[in-house]
Design a protein around this ligand. Structure first.
Ligand code: NOJ
Length: 538
């Protein structure tokens, strides 16, 4: 079962929102020591999930106005999360267990509180002026162009001190760095090198396709219909510029200087082509790139099948898919995909899909417990987006509540009042309770992860869709050196028939959401309502 393929292809990544995972010092904030204390849950104990890498949400020094995606010192660990020593200990403890550690690197913008920005905004001739994107307005009270920030409003903020506007693709307190300035590019690549030297195994790169904007600040073409102004522009000049692809190459060259490291990019776009572009030929840009189309699909077998097929058809030969259903920006999938149906049954089918598709899966902490999207009361909200648009329910706090370890106070996350309240579901939905229940979602995840470890075809094999199915079923075969595994996923709350490929003596059941099943000697298979069934060709 050993493989010579790199860990980022064969492994499973587990995303940890550091403030929310485990609090070791009783201050209500998750921290790096908390993660060390909980490593048995992830890898190296008898009932560990068995994950291969963790991706930590940003841990650099930050005023924490956007969950750490607003960095004020790239070389420091934020004291909320611990010290540099804690990080070194975490790296050592993870590596001992064979867990790789990926850090979140925010290269597009800093916090307004970063000293670089304080210098830059202090005067027009400050040596760091050009480290950010400053421009004159086109007229009094008119920003330099019509670009919009992802969240809302103009992407330009007027700064009275020097009478110019600075550019911010995201929130106004996150000014964009000017990657066209060679000093900036050099500094950011150096920061990547600094952490790689520390021993981190790679990065999740925030807003990778936003690093550069059009040099001439050309306005974006408009779309006719859109639900909000940002989506009414085609983002051809403010995002996904060819220079950002070159930056991906530069970063790859840096990473390649250290054996076994990997780069995983957030390519924020509505064009799936962009996701693929950041992989280059599969060897010269990022190792992995987020495929947003997948998370934008509703609960439908056809929708997911179509999404997967698109990626399979468009990836470069050496490219490798990367799938996830949850992260810190999305409403939790248990709730999002569960709407209008049996959320628990769907979560099992979704887990089977995520962990058996060709590609690297990312599990978001608590997804394996079925943590729902939490309703955080207005007065306890932290996310600036949630606060700004309250009560629209677009805030992200609901996906960031404390990890549910036990039925004790604060879900066993902390002895103190947590920075965000634990979701009420923790009373039944927690690691302790679910570990004891053989039929729990957590144990279903464990079974799937174990099976994935045992079968090379699931980790490395080819993918081919099985076409002979009803519209309710997403079914596919994974194959590797004579080992063949069929995955049949019934998305519907009714039975569904599947016709498996001919020429197989027996389809032997390996795992089903519906318990034991006899082997199949013919190609016909009847799936129970919302059954996920994994079969081996014998
Ligand atoms: C994407 C991150 O995932 C999100 O949480 C953050 O707010 C923006 N980038 C800005 O950094």
């Amino acid at each position: 079962m050993m493989s010579d393929r790199p860990w980022w292809k064969t492994g499973v990544i587990y995303q940890i929102a550091v403030p929310s995972f485990a609090d070791s010092n009783g201050d209500g904030w998750g921290d790096l020591r908390g993660i060390i204390d909980r490593l048995d849950y992830l890898q190296g104990s008898a009932d560990a999930l068995g994950i291969d890498a963790i991706w930590l949400s940003p841990i650099n020094a930050t005023p924490f106005a956007d969950f750490g995606y607003d960095v004020s010192d790239y070389h420091a660990v934020d004291p909320r999360f611990g010290t540099m020593r804690d990080l070194e200990d975490l790296l050592a403890a993870c590596h001992e267990r064979g867990i790789r550690v990926m850090m979140d690197l925010v290269l597009n913008h800093t916090s307004v509180e970063h000293p670089w920005f304080s210098e830059s905004r202090s005067s027009r001739d400050n040596p760091r002026r050009d480290w950010y994107v400053w421009r004159d307005g086109t007229a009094p009270h008119r920003p330099p162009n019509g670009w919009l920030a992802v969240v809302e409003g103009s992407a330009w903020k007027y700064d009275r001190a020097t009478g110019q506007y600075y550019y911010h693709a995201f929130l106004p307190f996150q000014p964009d760095l000017n990657w066209r300035n060679p000093e900036v590019r050099h500094e950011m690549l150096d920061i990547a090198r600094f952490w790689l030297e520390k021993g981190v195994d790679g990065f999740r790169l925030d807003l990778m396709n936003f690093l550069y904007e059009d040099e001439h600040l050309r306005d974006n073409p408009r779309r006719r219909f859109a639900i909000r102004p940002y989506l009414a522009q085609k983002h051809v000049h403010d995002a996904s510029q060819p220079e950002s692809l070159e930056a991906a190459k530069d970063l790859r060259r840096v990473a390649d200087g250290f054996p076994g490291r990997a780069l995983m990019g957030e390519v924020f776009t509505d064009r799936p082509e962009d996701c693929v572009a950041y992989l280059g030929d599969g060897t010269d840009r990022l190792h992995l790139s987020f495929y947003l189309d997948f998370i934008r699909r509703g609960w439908s077998a056809v929708a997911f099948r179509t999404s997967v097929q698109w990626l399979e058809d468009h990836l470069p030969e050496c490219g490798w898919p990367c799938y996830y259903l949850d992260n810190h920006d999305l409403a939790r999938s248990h709730t999002r995909l569960g709407v209008g149906g049996n959320a628990e049954a769907r979560a099992r089918v979704a887990a089977a899909m995520l962990l058996t598709l060709r590609g690297t899966p990312i599990i978001y902490y608590g997804q394996e417990l079925g943590m729902p999207q939490s309703r955080v009361p207005r007065r306890l909200m932290r996310d600036p987006v949630g606060k700004r648009f309250w009560p629209l329910g677009v805030g992200r706090d609901g996906a960031r509540t404390p990890m549910q370890w036990s039925g004790e106070r604060h879900a066993g996350f902390s002895e103190a009042e947590p920075w965000l309240p634990a979701d009420r579901s923790f009373v039944e939905r927690n690691v302790e309770a679910e570990s004891e229940d053989s039929a729990s979602l957590l144990n279903w995840y464990r079974k799937l992860l174990r099976l994935r470890k045992e079968r090379l075809s699931l980790r490395e094999g080819s993918y081919s869709a099985i076409e002979n199915t009803s519209g309710d079923v997403f079914a596919y075969i994974r194959e590797h050196e004579g080992e063949s595994t069929a995955v049949l996923l019934n998305f519907a709350a009714r039975q569904a028939a599947v016709r498996l490929p001919e020429g197989v003596a027996e389809w032997h059941p390996l795992l089903s959401t519906h318990g034991e099943r006899p082997g199949l000697t013919g190609p016909e298979c009847l799936l129970a309502s919302q059954e996920a069934l994994i079969l081996e060709a014998r």
